[in-house]
Ligand binder design. Sequence first.
Ligand SMILES: *Cc1c(COP(=O)(O)O)cnc(C)c1O
Length: 348
Amino acid sequence: MFSINNIIRSNIKNLFPYSSARDEYQGEASVFLDANENAFGSPLEQQFNRYPDPLQLQIKGRLSEIKGVPVKNIFLGNGSDEAIDILFRSFCNPGVDNVILVPPTYGMYQVSANINDVEARKVPLTEDFQLNLDDIAEAIDDHTKLIFICSPNNPTGNSISRADVETLLANFGGIVVVDEAYINFSRQKTFIQELTEYANLVVLQTLSKAWGLAGLRIGMAFASEEIIEVMNKVKPPYNVNDASQQLALQALANIDQVNGWIREILLQRDKLVLGLKDFDFVLDIYPSDANFILVKTTDPKGIYNYLVQKGIIVRDRSKVELCQGCLRITVGTPGENNILLQTLQDFK
Ligand SMILES: *Cc1c(COP(=O)(O)O)cnc(C)c1O
């Protein structure tokens, strides 16, 4: 039922992508006079005078081993935020097409929709933060190109029912984007293994959260070869800079350190929940599959302002639908979590 030709924008389908010097010659050579770089070097210890690999093949090779996905099914972006934007630009005609969002969820989907002048149809999650499949089915029309599902969800922290996501994948003629920014903290299985099953699946992951590399700006999309080819055609040619590529490659060798941190963060999350439960002003703490917790309180604004004044910043999500009274708190180091709990002792 899904065919990329039914949903790709015609200008993108017909696009001749930018062809860089490094696209036109690939192979061994010793004198590169093809890209107008400064052949003398960079005024730095480390040299960056050459353009980076536009397809980031070294990182993808390593990611392919880690994730068990062929290189041809991997796209890398300047953060997964870039992948989100490229999906809009590839598949959604401004002023014509629409996408489905299921709030409360990650804010960038709406911003990217607005930037691209694409209508975002909002179908709120149920009270227990799950998909409302009937209402989603109702909201879909012939111009619906993308559905964004964030699982584990930001800001609620829970995972979305796998069966529900599969129902969408099996029945929707557009692309289902499953944003797994927090998957490393979850007990749920990734959807990456379903890529062979569903031609309309895009899985987003990132090096910004569990991998501790938010400053490098590297996000991943996993999808069919034909979707990845479209995304590569639309992206800026050198969207991941060489410093980020080199450092990411080094970081990807240290997977044991990252797995250790993940275990520690999960322990700290449990301790934080226990510590917060005792406060009178805490009404509820929602179960989390992520490295943050959503905490329902009697006085979100008051607690937020009090913590700011003590130099502690959490996220006030109390204005977000279904999140009345809620603060989103990221799990910190043991020391940071203790400071938070100690400080909250004195909140009146
Ligand atoms: C943090 C976050 C991202 C952003 O990822 P980058 O790779 O840093 O752009 C994407 N999706 C969700 C749900 C997030 O919470």
